[in-house]
Design a protein around this ligand. Sequence first.
Ligand code: F6P
Length: 534
Amino acid sequence: MPTRFDDLLAHRTAHEATTICDLFAADPDRAARFSARHEALLFDFSKTQIDAQAFDLLVKLADGAGVATYRERMFSGARINETEGRAVLHVALRNPDMPLVLDGVDVMPALRATHARASAFARDVREGRFQGQGGRITDVVNIGIGGSDLGPAMAALALAPFADGPRCHFVSNVDGAHIADTLKGLNPETTLVIVASKTFTTIETMTNADTARRWMAQKVANPAAQFAAVSTAADKTAAYGIDPERVFGFEDWVGGRYSMWGPIGLALMLAIGPEDFDAFLQGGADMDAHFRQTPLAENLPVLMALVGIWHNQVCGHATRAVLPYDQRLARLPAYLQQLEMESNGKRVSMDGSDLPFHCGPVVWGEPGTNGQHAFYQLIHQGTRIIPCEFIVARQGHEPDLAHHHLLLVSNCLAQSEALMRGRSLEEARAIMAKKGLTGAELERQARHRVFPGNRPSTTLAIPQLTPFTLGQIIALYEHRVFVEGVILGINSYDQWGVELGKELALALQPILEGKADASGKDGSTRQLVAYLRG
Ligand code: F6P
């Protein structure tokens, strides 16, 4: 019998009073039983209220939702992005040897050729064979937004210890401050600009690209010669004047937020070199193999998805905090916001009917330990429960600063322990009594020092942040989003929710310029237009 959500809800209601500490007390092997390993990765979800029966129901839920079937449909190129009529094949970008025939055409040779061209270009830039009009390229400015920015920007920071190429900068926001601050101090004669846009129509990216071209033209005779493009729209990159030699294409079956494995990763490849970029791809491919071959109950992306479903749709916790104890993963929460919220932030299921439960969660976060001194107060003592996802590495990249890493790790472990155990009123009273407080004042002060505990978290532990492990982690999250989408019945690969705002912004431009009148707008918008026009 497949599990229904109702079975999980009923189980949750029946066992709500059982705390995580109770579960540990009842099962000395809980940590091992509610964890999974893949190679050197450890995913520990034992500090949640998932018990053996809930786990069983969750796995059956995934099974009944057809996760294994959908997984094969994705890998084999079925058009699972039904609202756009597209296949979903970012996995092909990191699996160069996988056989893939789409509509009777073997698409892999072209994909491998583009990868080889991008790698050769990266080598030429890094080794000085491709030069700017003032000499060797010192700086690369990647202009893109959303999936054409967040992935490479996140990874370039994450893999900073491996960066030995030109400095890479990322401009995304249409706010002129972003490009102005980035270009300030750069030399146009030694800067390479990459215009990264799947569609090559995104207004933010094209506006920033035009500004960069004008900036370069002040010093450089032929700015287009220092531009490269990454796009699916070869006609548009040609019209923009970029030499096809420096245009790296990809297909529409690679979604924007899943595209960093291909040429959208060019800036990253320039920073860390094609060999390390390939190691990143191999990490992704390794996770693909694990996802494809491992039974659901031991499958890391499936388990992560099931913990997510448990917390969001079953327990009703609307948000999920991603808390990497790694400063270089500072952009991971922003990257995951797009990956998870643009993918699973939808109110209708694949067939257009209303979702019978909530969509994917609000995802947010910051690296530890910084967050501890900012928002953890609410996580520990607030009225809402925020499931936390900790990420921590056994080893850092600063052997001379090992004592920093020890502190980092101890803080990470302390947080998940504190969230689970909490501090009772009796314990708080004892602390206050030790401080010499008595009577009503002791009671009042003690209550502020109570931690309810029983707050869930998971920990993903990795050996060290390297190109390979980063590839594993990002593919792990991608597949987790996919599995959650399948279980919720959502199409994780379209993003219609971004369209309305784009359309209205276009219509507002002439109004703000004073070329069209605002009379059709609501009172608030009219008031704001009047104010902002000054
Ligand atoms: O915000 C919508 C979106 O289409 C994202 O999905 C995408 O990553 C981003 O805009 C950028 O699109 P493009 O790469 O086509 O410029």
